[in-house]
Design a binder for this molecule. Structure first.
Ligand SMILES: Nc1nc2c(c(=O)[nH]1)N[C@H]1C(S)=C(S)[C@@H](COP(=O)(O)OP(=O)(O)OC[C@H]3O[C@@H](n4cnc5c(N)ncnc54)[C@H](O)[C@@H]3O)O[C@H]1N2
Ligand code: MOO
Length: 403
């Protein structure tokens, strides 16, 4: 009996254009294609949505002084207490309290020196200038001691933290009037394609522009400040003029990346002397996507026109580039287990819309063709399917939809 002939392992043949970057490499290139924008000081009212360029360190103890947590009386020692005067929130330098004395006090008011506790108004009784309590308050009761939340110099938030309304509130409480931030990168969206309709029903070879409505709010969610969206006619001159006149840090084009008769993105980049960092990616959908540096250092992300291919381009190139420009730290990668096997492309990575389950599972959605958005609209995230596919139960990388 002869041993069975060993089946030679055939490495998958790339079917994408030569020079297309493997998907992980394309993401890495986009992430390292730029440096964070120069830091800037912004008043609190103008800092929302930017990213901290320095740690937020407390400029004061918080609370800055011992504070009453309740309306009632500041008391010194065990009762009963001789009552005199009142301290309101905002009153400065209250007179010290002697042992056996009490003073009316409001929530948020500075505690007088000598006070040992606050007795809540509903728990005390005043008769003939004497305050009594059924139960004397314990030492420090209903007092917020100075420095309870933080001490001067404590790091409250680290560099790279996006400035949310909560961060603005904390910064104000901690003594800040302005913050040092990495400003949001500016983006302009150029939508190419004379066949696109801005309104109404698709007809006579014309389709609705799906990316004009989809991209700007998503790009905002990714940390960009979207200056505007322009429809650009299908001529080389119109595109060249639109790209060269844009002032955005990142120009995002849609369509025109392939080699059709009116696909002018490559020729315009060449006209302008741009340098291609990524020219095609081994990913499905979206393989004609590209990333270029324009003279002067601004970037252009060329998204393919098929809508789900454009989404793939945002996840692969725009998101990592914008994160770097915005000064955002790299998000932690996480995985989920596929509920069913997902077929792969022989040579390219696939990005597949999925729903996520509470038990950590991910189910691939139907309607994920490059021209379809129905799967995306139902998706929680995208699963990264390596060349060759993934079995049921396999852990796969998950890309979040940050919008
Ligand atoms: N000979 C080849 N043809 C194509 C290839 C290829 O490798 N060789 N790649 C295909 C793939 S994959 C994609 S993706 C597209 C990319 O094409 P473009 O980036 O040049 O995009 P367009 O030709 O302008 O449009 C493609 C398709 O998408 C529709 N579209 C465009 N913009 C929008 C929009 N804003 N909203 C909705 N739909 C849009 C457009 O009408 C076309 O149907 O190329 C393949 N061809
Ligand atoms: O990149 Mo295209 O995605 O297959 O439509």
């Amino acid at each position: 009996m002869t041993a069975p002939a060993e089946v030679p392992k055939v490495s998958p043949q790339p079917t994408h254009r030569p020079g297309a970057a493997p998907w992980p490499e394309a993401r890495r290139t986009a992430r390292t294609a730029a440096r964070p924008l120069p830091r800037d000081s912004r008043l609190l009212a103008e800092a929302l949505g930017h990213v901290l360029a320095r740690p937020l360190s407390a400029l004061t103890d918080l609370p800055a002084f011992d504070t009453s947590a309740m309306d009632g009386w500041a008391v010194a020692g065990p009762g009963p207490w001789r009552l005199g005067g009142a301290i309101l929130a905002g009153d400065s330098s209250p007179r010290p309290l002697e042992d056996g004395a009490a003073v009316r006090i409001a929530t948020g008011a500075q505690l007088p020196r000598g006070a040992t506790a606050v007795l809540r108004s509903e728990e005390g009784e005043v008769l003939g200038g004497i305050l009594t309590a059924a139960r004397a308050p314990g030492l420090g009761q209903d007092v917020r001691p100075r420095g309870q939340e933080c001490r001067t110099g404590d790091e409250l938030l680290s560099t790279g933290c996006p400035v949310t309304p909560a961060v603005l509130g904390l910064a104000a409480a901690a003594g800040y009037d302005a913050l040092t931030v990495v400003p949001r990168p500016t983006v302009e969206v150029l939508v190419l394609g004379d066949e696109l309709l801005p309104a109404g029903l698709p007809r006579d070879g014309h389709v609705r522009d799906a990316l004009g409505p989809l991209l700007p709010p998503w790009l905002r969610g990714l940390g960009a400040d979207v200056l505007g969206t322009r429809r650009v006619g299908d001529t080389r001159e119109a595109l060249r003029e639109a790209v060269s006149s844009s002032t955005a840090d990142v120009v995002v084009t849609t369509g025109g990346t392939a080699s059709g008769p009116v696909d002018f993105v490559h020729s315009v980049l060449s006209d302008l002397g741009a340098r291609l960092l990524v020219d095609g990616v081994a990913v499905r959908p979206g393989h004609p996507m590209l990333l270029a540096v324009l003279p002067g250092g601004r970037h252009l992300v060329g998204l393919p026109g098929n809508p789900l291919a454009a989404v793939s381009g945002v996840l692969t190139l725009a998101e990592p580039l914008l994160s770097t420009l915005a000064g955002l730290p790299r998000a932690d990668a996480y995985a989920a287990a596929l509920t069913t096997a997902v077929p792969g492309h022989p040579a390219d990575t696939r990005l597949v819309p999925v729903t996520l389950h509470d038990d950590g599972g991910a189910s691939a959605l139907r309607f994920h063709g490059p021209a379809m958005l129905r799967g995306l609209a139902a998706a929680d995230a995208f699963a990264v399917i390596a060349p060759g596919g993934a079995d049921a139960g396999a852990d796969v990388e998950i890309l979040e939809l940050r919008w």
